[in-house]
Ligand binder design. Structure first.
Ligand code: T6T
Length: 349
């Protein structure tokens, strides 16, 4: 009897213990609600995720270099699921570009990519964007002295551009080689206040200075107008009948120079290097009018800029560099049909 009682009391105790355990186990209960809570949290994040709009204010309308930059930016924007809006001035002029930047600020875009038309005049408009909480990246050109780490202007996230001094040097070293290390070289570049083109001019002059047998015939500023470049080249051909080579330091400068050389019947006699790779430069290369094309990578520049703005907006700042130099693709008659050269040719629409 005593043994039965002990067994019964042990059973009661065990049952009480079980009951106590059941009422004092919040952990399993909490863990069963957690998976249900997860979709709710995700749904909330999705619902509150604001669509991202990035603006690209490029250098000038109708320039294959910027058309290609916009294409690269658009492709990257699509890949990242963000909206890209693009606009640019009809002429290279900060007073025309400024209202376009201001309109983007008024639209409350989330990020701004700009090819500043002037390194000083575009500081204030871009500062207004930054002050409105819009991250800014400059492409192809810079503002201030271009040193966004500890230079005169540091608010832009990054400057993404070619190493223009190096490009000018490469172009003119190749020209010097092609003229046998002797002769006069003429430089045509866009304007004196476009840092990229000035750096190309200076890179070319450095190459000329390093070679005793060559000299600088002169520098002219084309205002990015091919007809102006043609007229200037014709005047130079009159002045220097023994001119050996021309460096066209941007698309329109090279295009105008090539037209003048062609119409003077000097194709193949005067060597030409074209900075920039529009389709016409490739036609001129194949026809022996141009001897070397230095293709920048505008699509890569545009894509990298969109990625940087997106990274900044989504808190991934670790990979953002204050300065990025995109590489060149050098196109000659020997490699023009390679996939790499073909891919580097700019798009005109
Ligand atoms: O050469 C490019 C660009 O890099 C430069 O800053 C301005 O001219 C171009 O757009 C070509 O026309």
């Amino acid at each position: 009897m005593k043994k039965r009682l002990t067994i019964v009391s042990m059973l009661v105790l065990f049952t009480m213990l079980l009951a106590a355990c059941a009422s004092a186990t919040p952990t399993p209960a909490a863990s069963t609600t957690a998976p249900e809570a997860q979709p709710t949290t995700e749904a909330t994040t999705e619902a509150t995720k604001k669509p991202i709009t990035i603006a690209l204010v490029y250098g000038i309308q109708g320039d294959a270099f910027y058309i290609t930059m916009e294409k690269g930016a658009r492709e990257k924007a699509e890949e990242l699921g963000v909206t890209l809006i693009a606009d640019g001035p009809s002429k290279w002029d900060p007073s025309v570009q400024t209202p376009i930047v201001d309109a983007m600020i008024a639209k409350k875009v989330d990020g701004l990519i700009n090819v500043p038309n002037d390194p000083q005049a575009m500081i204030a408009p871009l500062q207004r964007a930054f002050d409105a909480g819009i991250p800014v990246v400059t492409t192809d050109q810079y503002i201030g002295d271009g040193n966004y780490t500890d230079g005169t202007v540091t608010f832009p996230l990054s400057v993404i551009a070619s190493d223009n001094f190096e490009g000018g040097k490469i172009a003119c070293e190749a020209l010097i080689k092609s003229i046998g290390g002797k002769g006069k070289i003429y430089i045509l570049t866009s304007t004196a206040n476009v840092p990229s083109d000035i750096a190309r001019r200076d890179g070319c002059i450095a190459a000329i200075d390093a070679n005793e047998g060559v000299s600088l015939a002169g520098v002219d500023y084309t205002e990015s107008s091919a007809p102006t470049a043609t007229t200037q080249t014709q005047a130079m051909l009159q002045k220097e009948p023994d001119l050996a080579a021309i460096f066209g330091a941007n698309l329109f400068s090279a295009q105008g120079a090539a037209a003048a050389v062609k119409s003077a019947g000097l194709a193949g006699v005067i060597k030409i290097a074209s900075f920039d790779a529009p389709e016409q430069a490739i036609v001129d290369l194949r026809n022996n009018v141009i001897d070397m094309v230095i293709a920048q990578q505008p699509a890569l520049i545009g894509a990298t800029a969109v990625q940087y703005i997106y990274d900044a907006l989504t808190g991934n700042t670790a990979d953002i560099q204050k300065k990025v130099n995109t590489p060149f693709v050098i196109i000659t008659r020997d490699n023009v049909d390679t996939p790499e050269a073909q891919a580097a040719i700019y798009k005109s629409e």
